[in-house]
Ligand binder design. Structure first.
Ligand SMILES: [Zn+2]
Length: 301
């Protein structure tokens, strides 16, 4: 979203017109996209993560702190997804308006029923980086609606004067989602029961939604790199179960994935797990379209 030219903004302010936009910090590009859909020209949004980064290990830049310090709204997924950097940003950003519990703090996984909740927190062989359950709700075809609702609620808390603006735009976005979901459901029927392997369990919500069969993950546990023994086991499972496709995000498309693919004869498909995760995927709906298309193309051509 482009800011209006400074001179114009100044003129409006001098003229007494309230032209100020909300400064919004989103943790991932998906949330930036949906916040812009709902906020329109009333919001100026940045995303901390880039779409191709490791979603759990995002690199922070000094400019992020400046943005957090003056932000009116901070939007996160939660469920520990951003645990590596959001607590530090909130502490160093020194901005009460966006602390957890404040009106400007938007937690998109609020009210979301997480899957893969660990039965016990185990410290053996590295900590599970999903201690509260699977946080990758942005890869669930139902996720856009949930995130949009939470973001709308946040904008209404912080800027109730413009409620009508946000509600109207939210309704328009939901109408787009309705249309998209009809399109996706048709493609999803062709994915039922299909066998895949994944690297990290970022794709699990999507797979479950359509009754796909995630046979195994290359990581033995979220965030724990596979040992040679784990890799050998994965190769064996892929061969035995005749799994032809391994899904992986760019950041985890590494030598381990290539190794098990080579040994088992499976094909590696690189998927976006955030908006901008692959070239040409610039919106959340666009990302879902891409995922459905790619998966159907690979599994039911
Ligand atoms: Zn994860």
């Amino acid at each position: 979203m482009k800011r209006m030219p400074t001179s114009l903004a100044a003129a409006l302010l001098l003229g007494g017109v309230a032209a100020a936009q909300l400064d919004v910090v989103a943790t991932i590009p998906d949330l930036k996209d949906i916040a812009e859909e709902i906020g329109g020209d009333r919001v100026d949004v940045i995303s901390i993560a880039r779409g191709t980064e490791n979603i759990h290990g995002v690199s922070l830049r000094p400019s992020h702190l400046v943005k957090v310090n003056k932000a009116d709204v901070l939007i996160q997924i939660g469920l520990s997804l951003e645990h590596a950097y959001v607590p530090g940003l909130l502490e160093k950003g020194r901005n009460r308006r966006i602390q957890p519990g404040a009106p400007g703090f938007v937690n998109c996984s609020e009210g979301w029923e997480a899957i893969d909740v660990p039965e016990e927190i185990s410290r053996s062989r590295g900590a599970d980086i999903h201690p509260l359950g699977n946080p990758h709700m942005n890869i669930d075809p139902r996720g856009g609606r949930h995130m949009a609702d939470r973001i709308l609620a946040g904008f209404l808390r912080v800027d109730p004067e413009h409620a009508e603006h946000y509600e109207k735009r939210h309704a328009a976005y939901v109408a787009k989602l309705d249309e998209a979901e009809t399109r996706w459901a048709k493609l999803g029927e062709r994915l039922r029961g299909k066998k895949i392997a994944i690297y990290h369990n970022d794709f699990t919500y999507f797979a479950r939604h359509y009754g796909m069969n995630v046979v195994t993950s290359v990581e033995p546990k979220p965030g724990v790199p596979p040992s040679p023994k784990d890799l050998a086991r994965t190769v064996e499972v892929l061969r035995r179960e005749q799994v032809g496709v391994i899904l992986t995000a760019k950041w985890s498309n590494n030598k381990d994935v290539r190794f098990v693919a080579e040994k088992s004869g499976a094909r590696v498909i690189e998927i976006p797990i955030m908006v901008h995760g692959v070239k040409g995927v610039d919106t959340w709906i666009g990302m879902m379209d891409f995922l459905h298309r790619e998966l159907v193309g690979a599994l039911d051509p």
